[in-house]
Design a protein around this ligand. Sequence first.
Ligand code: SF4
Ligand code: SF4
Length: 114
Amino acid sequence: MSTNYEETIRDYICSRCMDFGEDGLCHSKDPEGCAIYRFLPQMIDIATRIQDLKIMPYAEAVREEICSYCRNRHPDGKCSVRESLSCALDRYLPLVVEALEYARNSNGKRKGVI
Ligand code: SF4
Ligand code: SF4
């Protein structure tokens, strides 16, 4: 996986994430760790494949291709982490899609994102 994607997520999402502490560390309340990083390859694939102006197709793909494999998901399909707004991927999905599109279009060159 290109570090360009990881660095862009850090610049674009972590910098404005409610779980990013003043100590410069992540204090995610997700017991499995931040889902954006846990599922970054899958999310890159979804963002590359879908390319839609609406967020719903991305949200549906996340449910099917990511949540189905996430250990936080209950057998009935519910997710208490999502319901408590503790899943960063769910919380920032539009920004994640935007950041991944930026990273893809920057062709590996690092520029200021914001
Ligand atoms: S929860 Fe995810 S997006 Fe938020 S600061 Fe931690 S690593 Fe970054
Ligand atoms: S919404 Fe829940 S099941 Fe889906 S990625 Fe986030 S924590 Fe995992």
